[in-house]
Design a protein around this ligand. Structure first.
Ligand SMILES: [Mn+2]
Length: 311
């Protein structure tokens, strides 16, 4: 029986894929982005043929993928392929509704209070394993943006910087129980660290600050290189005294929103994106002015509700 793993390419995704590979005999592992989920499920089905398992971690199905996912799941049922899915992103209600008819074929565990790799480790009873707990610590450090370890920052940057071949190479090292391979350290020192930090400084120097009618301070980082992590830009901006209510990081193919206390996932969801309270994203090219007026109108409504409540 063939068993395929599909996982996200960041530290949590790699940790999940590693634990799955440690716990079972895996035929093949695909690393994927959120948008490519249906494509990889299809590839996994083709690869398996008949009878097998697909294990997915740290990837959240999108509402706009529903029709594609439904037909893929039908195909999986026909071919006696079972699906196991671990995630810590909040899933849209429409996804759960769609999954009801496949309840015998798909098993899932979604818990936004932890990371996906932790759910995988718990499933296999491996949370006390020494290596697994180190792996989970790194993934937590990255996902919650705690940055307690330099190793987390190094991996985060390396994984974004080089793309797929290096992400698979990282997975290979992790499966061999090497969390700090020499190839990564050397690559990082030689090709990433300085250029990356210069790019962050440069993005911060080009930022615009806008104060809305309601006195909301918004900092916009324009045209940021996709290799730069949005959390790092805001983190370094903040340590340099650039404090804002909302940070908008504008990439060529999407926008990232960050805030310490405003729920930016509400804004992102209304505009076709999603995410967490403090960090969310909107895919695609989007006019920055319409985003700003949208934020202003949301804030006006909130203020109005508050004033009614206070009376
Ligand atoms: Mn992830």
């Amino acid at each position: 029986m063939k068993r395929i793993v599909i996982s996200h390419w960041d530290l949590d995704g790699l940790a999940g894929a590693t634990i799955l590979n440690m716990s079972m005999k895996v035929t093949k592992t695909y690393l994927s982005s959120i948008t490519a989920i249906p494509r990889y499920i299809n590839m996994a089905i083709q690869n398996i043929g008949v009878k097998g398992e697909i294990w997915i971690s740290d990837l959240n199905p999108q509402p706009n993928q529903i029709n594609e996912l439904r037909s893929l799941l039908k195909e999986a049922v026909n071919r006696k392929i079972k699906i196991y899915w671990f995630d810590h992103h909040e899933w849209d209600k429409s996804i759960y509704d769609m999954l009801i008819e496949f309840k015998d074929n798909i098993w899932y565990r979604v818990d936004p209070n932890t990371i996906a790799s932790d759910l995988v480790a718990r499933y296999f009873g491996l949370t006390d394993d020494k290596y697994v707990s180190k792996l989970l610590e790194l993934a937590f450090d990255d996902d919650y943006f705690l940055n307690r370890y330099e190793l987390t920052v190094m991996w985060r940057r390396i994984l974004r910087w080089y793309g797929w071949p290096i992400r698979y190479k990282a997975l290979d090292s992790f499966i061999k129980k090497n969390l700090k391979p020499i190839w990564m350290i050397e690559l990082y020192k030689r090709e990433v660290k300085n250029i990356y930090e210069n790019m962050i400084r440069e993005a911060i120097s080009r930022s615009d600050t806008i104060i809305t009618r309601q006195g909301l301070k918004i900092v916009i980082f324009q045209d940021v290189d996709p290799r730069i992590h949005p959390g790092e830009v805001t983190y370094i901006a903040k340590t340099n005294g650039l404090i804002a209510d909302i940070y908008v990081i504008r990439y060529p193919r999407g926008i990232s929103l960050r805030s310490d206390y405003i729920d930016v996932s509400l804004i992102a969801r209304k505009l076709g994106g999603g995410g967490h309270r403090n960090a969310a994203g909107i895919p695609g090219l989007r006019d920055i002015n319409s985003l700003l007026s949208f934020i202003v109108s949301l804030e006006e409504k909130r203020k109005l509700r508050e004033s009614i409540y206070l009376q």
